[in-house]
Design a protein around this ligand. Structure first.
Ligand code: PLP
Length: 411
């Protein structure tokens, strides 16, 4: 008899998205002539910039000739892209990351989801609350948790982000469970909060003191404009021994449909075997990656490499500036309605304290303004009382949505 993985039965179905879809459908039937504006989405909307599209197209053309054809490439990614990243994202900022510490993949979702399999099942895992759900569900699937109870899985540690800690949780204190594998995400999805160097340094110190490993998700690093804020965990001295960093071209360069990302695993990064002997995390990740992944397509890697040319950089800066301006407009409007928020500065997400039930706020925005936002409860219990608005829409849609919301909130 073929038995299923029993841990899958613990997973919670995404009530959030099905409930949003149901409510939107209900609104649509009641108001067939009203255009719905989605400010809830985490997907980008602007086209790929011209120089990146051109590099993509040229590489497709190359593939159409015997001379330019590329079959299987290196699983870890082509040297031209790994070198461009090592210099463009790290070397140019004074951070020493070698090309062979960079692993190209088709998404930070897969990488943040897959990496947990390198580690033992009886380690203690800590995740933020609210959280990007992939971190939690992949550990549930692997059997690292008990049952689900009241928004929480037994066996996981939760780092609560709320107004009391300015949405930046501190490492566990002595007396609390020691966490071996630590998921952090800054700029944060969903809160939009950004951590200072001091705040990240506290996590690095914690990981050093407990021989833990930090999984740092920097999918939104391109939105950091404040030069005082770290855009990589490797800006913190010593982090290369205790942290893996995930980056993606999705929100940085509009690659959500094109698919390209990368994971940085420094040679110094260490985990331990059952005898306590040090093991290179890079070696383990290389083994996993080369066994289970066959590389990102050549044209996609060429398009990604074009992000590091001078023109590519300018175009991307323009793109992220555009979304940041949307975020600023959203934040100003929401504050003018008398609500406090976090994010929307150095981040494409605005996290609004709706002073009550998340769903009631959602309903009000939908029913009175035809605007769809995301209730915070979908990201964990600490999201109750909050909603997330994303800046990834066209300016005219954002402006129209804000006008409608202004009228709705004046009623
Ligand atoms: N990490 C975070 C925090 C995200 O919000 C997202 C996408 O929404 C991802 C990773 C996934 O990125 P990718 O498109 O590279 O899979």
């Amino acid at each position: 008899m073929i038995q299923v993985n029993p841990h899958y039965a613990k997973l919670q179905s995404s009530y959030l998205f099905s409930e949003i879809a149901r409510k939107v459908e209900e609104y649509r039937s009641a108001h067939p002539d009203s255009e719905i504006i989605r400010l809830g989405i985490g997907d980008v909307t602007l086209a790929l910039p011209p120089s990146i599209t051109a590099a993509f197209r040229d590489a497709v053309e190359e593939m159409g000739s015997d001379a330019g054809f590329h079959g299987y490439g290196p699983e870890q990614g082509y040297a031209f892209l790994r070198e461009a990243i090592a210099e463009g994202d790290f070397g140019s900022r004074g951070i020493n990351i070698a090309p062979d510490e960079i692993f190209i993949s088709d998404g930070a979702k897969c990488d943040t989801g897959n990496i947990q399999e390198l580690f033992a099942t009886d380690i203690r895992v800590g995740v933020p609350d609210p959280v990007y759900p992939v971190y939690v569900d992949t550990n549930v699937m692997a059997g690292r948790t008990g049952a689900y109870d009241n928004g929480r899985f037994e066996g996981l540690s939760y780092f609560v982000a709320n107004a009391e800690n300015n949405f930046i949780p501190s490492p566990p204190e002595s007396g609390q469970d020691t966490v071996d594998l630590i998921y952090l995400c800054f700029p944060n999805n969903p809160t939009g909060a950004t951590a200072s160097k001091e705040q990240l340094a506290a996590w690095v110190e914690y990981a050093q003191a407990h021989n833990s490993l930090i999984l740092f998700d920097a999918a939104y690093e391109a939105y950091v404009r404040d030069p005082e804020l770290p855009s990589s965990i490797y800006e913190i001295p010593g982090a290369e021994k205790v942290a893996v960093e995930f980056r993606s071209f999705s929100k940085t360069a509009g690659f959500t449909g094109t698919r390209c990302a990368y994971t940085v695993v420094p040679r110094a990064c260490t985990a331990y075997d059952q005898t306590g002997a040090a093991v290179s995390v890079r070696e383990l990740w290389n083994r996993r990656h080369t066994t289970k992944f066959n590389g990102v397509s050549y044209p996609v890697q060429k398009a990604a490499a074009a992000c590091f040319t001078e023109t590519g950089r300018e175009e991307l800066r323009h793109m992220t500036d555009y979304y940041l301006l949307n975020a600023g407009l959203i934040r100003t409007a929401i504050e003018s309605f008398g609500y406090s928020c976090v994010g929307g500065v150095n981040s494409p997400y605005v996290w609004i304290n709706c002073r009550g039930d998340s769903w009631a706020f959602f309903d009000r925005a939908l029913e009175r303004a035809g605007v769809v936002i995301t209730p915070g409860t979908g990201f964990g219990p600490a999201g109750e009382g909050y909603v997330r608005i994303s800046a990834f829409n066209h300016r005219d849609k954002v402006e129209q949505a804000l006008e409608r919301l202004t009228q709705a909130f004046e009623q």
